[in-house]
Ligand binder design. Sequence first.
Ligand SMILES: [Zn+2]
Length: 325
Amino acid sequence: MASVDYTKVPIIEKPLHVPPLEEIVDVLSRGLKRTFETVEVSAEDSPDLTKDPYNLVAPGLTGENPVKLVELGGPPYLLPLVRRDKVYDLAALLRHERRARALLAGAGAGPWPYAGVNCEGIINMSVKDGVVEQGSRIVTVEPVGAAKGSAGYLQRRLPANETRTALLGNYVLTDGEPGKVIKVVVKNRIGEANFITAIRETLKEHFGDKVVGLGGVFVLRSGRVKHHVMPDFSATPLCSDADLDGWLHFFEMRAPISYMGTLVTGDMGLDLRVQHFHGFSAHGDGGHYHHDTSPARAHYEGYFAPAAAVLRVDAPEDTHAFGRD
Ligand SMILES: [Zn+2]
């Protein structure tokens, strides 16, 4: 399976508004109180993110080169029917962007040619002078039970020589060095919004037309959480969010789970997915984050870096609005 040639697909870069960290701290400190009872936001050096519970393959989210958000492909390559030609080599993307030292972390489809079936990808990959460290996981839907009549899931780590992904993805691209970032700790959810929606909507309300993007990681320390895991590709066209919900497999999973991904407060005419986080865990629970299901026990801690630009790679020409939740 040949992967997409980056010299032959459109790659557009647009700058984001980068506010001072202190302004983001002020805005989130006030705004997140609508959704969580306890809110602590600060600008500080991130801890070593290679350690538990984050387990990134690089220690930080900043560095000399500007932080960028990368959006690859999009839901129109999955829906209504899969585009099997949309396989992307992420190591090749980093070479194309001339990033010899980089961390790429976030949410997307995983490499179906490796898994043999469609899968979730929790992307967590670094390169240092051309050498790949692969901490990415994939999650597949698996039949369980004696009759194999019900569905479970299986999380696996990709080997270092498997640097492909497919269809769609939202990643933060950074040097992966330690540095100052936004730390957000919230507890006891009292509002409707999920953790990321609460952050995004709070920022959007304050910054308006000046589009702000964050990339980073968070951990849900306690309670339970609703995920979806994509099963193998649908043979029949999925033409609406209702069709999609009937096809996806939803699971309630257990904390602690660490997540990586991106959020952006506007679309900038780039057909962006405005938020997307996937998580993995030591106990095998992983997938696409929707929201916690035990609000009184919700306890999130996250580290986020403001991005200087969005890199839009191979955006679908014919697009649609579903499959973005
Ligand atoms: Zn997803």
